[in-house]
Design a protein around this ligand. Structure first.
Ligand code: HEM
Length: 445
């Protein structure tokens, strides 16, 4: 037993993996441009507050990333609040408002009230003014655009948290069954329980990602939950629909391939393939696809999710498996050693890809400590560090006790301590995933 644990420790070289990842990220750090600011409107032509000699034929608004128009129109009005004829189009980060008849515009101040949806799914609105000839002494302000209520954002965050939890647990348990649980595992009841939990988690993940689509549509248009069905705008949530389809397909493969007996090699491949497919869904939406360098962020996000899934799936799988193993410490130690050989690398990958995303999305220390996004991220990191600390305690303090315990009673006591710690680790990691549900819905700026 001891030699298996030691062999697992030798196989695993966390220091080497960490060094390689740090070198790669260091190179990216030097090569990448500034982080995306998520500040919304960057500039306009004419400038906000400027006075121009002649009526412009169009007003151009430039944002800090790609934007989409929503059902809310961009409205140009005169100083008395009366609308002026215009049409609007977008081109990447630019919104162009073409004035229908600029020659007919009287001198005075005009207001452009705009509403757009940023590439990471956050609605933004505002207004700017320009004057022709002179600034009007009084200007009727445009109606203040109403944002979605807290009920909408809280529902969105809770649904995201549950769907991420379901997805990571289902994908993680599928990877645990395919990669960690020894084929010689005798306890069918453990496999039955793992399969049951995988199926429930897949159901939760699938229901969550599907429900996220109409909620994203409501949020994008700054509506309320009462418009969930009536206000559904498929053209605004194409990315969310694609992400949901990919995740549901992957989860479907997992549920179909899961068995109550030891999986064949082909089934193991289906389980792993389904898990990887399902995990490709979330990176298709959200902040990593609107920050730069986009392709690297997408890859980092996918790796982050895969490593996170292996971690939570491994802990839950162990929590289910170990309690069935009293009296079979050899098999228990082999399973734990297999997971341990993955766990160090998983931690390194999760931390480096998470730190990389955080750097590109948050962009500055002041945003890290001065925004809700930053504080949620710090809370998540604190929870993850807590799990890593518990994991280290388990591996280096409790596991050797199981191996070296002399009598049956001592071994059992030590094994119970290991199992209890694994359960607490799984619980705290689940909380960290829950916090992530709130994190991904928050505007970083
Ligand atoms: C030091 C540790 C970690 C850091 C710094 C970190 C950081 C981040 C950041 C910055 C994001 C992007 C959020 C966004 O899109 O706005 C993210 C996403 C995510 N993280 Fe972590 N994370 C860490 C550990 C973990 C762990 C241990 C798990 C799971 C067990 C996890 C699961 C996730 C998930 C599910 C997402 C959502 C991905 C998506 O929606 O595309 N993270 N993380």
């Amino acid at each position: 037993v001891g030699s298996q644990v030691i062999a697992a420790r030798r196989r695993h070289r966390p220091a080497t993996s960490l060094a390689v990842l740090l070198v790669v990220l260091g190179a990216l750090w030097v090569g990448a441009g500034p982080a995306s600011a998520h500040g919304g409107l960057v500039e306009s032509d004419p400038d906000d507050g400027s006075v121009v000699a002649r009526a412009p034929s169009r007003v151009t608004l430039t944002f800090d990333g790609r934007v989409q128009l929503t059902a809310r129109e961009v409205v140009v009005s005169d100083s008395g609040g009366l609308p002026v004829g215009s049409s609007t189009s977008t081109d990447g980060p630019e919104v162009v408002v073409t004035l229908t008849d600029p020659a007919a515009l009287a001198d005075g101040t005009y207001t452009v009230a705009w509403s757009v949806l940023s590439d990471d799914g956050h609605p933004q609105s505002g207004a700017l003014r320009f004057s022709i000839g002179f600034a009007s002494p009084t200007v009727t302000p445009p109606p203040t655009p109403g944002a979605s209520s807290r009920l909408v954002t809280s529902t969105r965050d809770v649904v995201t948290a549950l769907s991420l939890l379901g997805l990571l647990v289902a994908a993680g348990l599928a990877l645990f069954t395919a990669l960690v649980l020894p084929a010689s595992w005798p306890g069918t009841d453990v496999r039955v329980r793992v399969r049951q939990l995988t199926t429930y988690a897949a159901g939760l993940g699938a229901a969550g990602v599907v429900l996220q689509v109409p909620i994203a549509s409501v949020y994008a248009q700054e509506q309320e939950l009462s418009s969930l069905a009536s206000g559904f705008a498929a053209w605004l949530v194409g990315k969310e629909m694609l992400a949901a389809a990919v995740t549901v397909a992957g989860l479907g493969v997992i549920v179909t391939a899961a068995t109550e007996g030891p999986p064949t090699r082909a089934r193991s491949r289906w389980l792993a393939g389904g898990a990887l497919l399902a995990l490709c869904g979330p990176p298709l939406v959200g902040h990593s696809r609107s920050a730069v360098p986009t392709s690297l962020l997408l890859a980092a996000d996918a790796l982050h999710l895969a490593a996170g899934a292996i971690w939570i799936g491994g802990l839950l799988g162990l929590a289910l498996a170990l309690r069935a193993l009293s009296g079979r410490e050899v098999l228990a130690a082999r399973t734990l050693a297999r997971f341990s050989s993955l766990a160090g690398g998983v931690l390194v990958v999760v931390a480096t890809t998470g730190a990389f995303q955080a750097w590109r999305i948050v962009g500055s220390w002041s945003s890290l400590v001065g925004t809700t996004y930053g504080w949620l991220l710090l809370t998540k990191v604190a929870l993850v560090l807590g799990v890593a600390g518990l994991g280290a305690w388990n591996r280096w303090r409790l596991l050797p006790d199981v191996v070296s315990a002399a009598g049956f009673g001592d071994r059992r006591r030590a094994a119970t301590a290991v199992t209890r710690t694994v359960r607490v680790e799984a619980l705290v990691l689940g909380l960290a995933i829950g916090v992530t549900g709130f994190l991904v819905g928050q505007a970083p700026g």
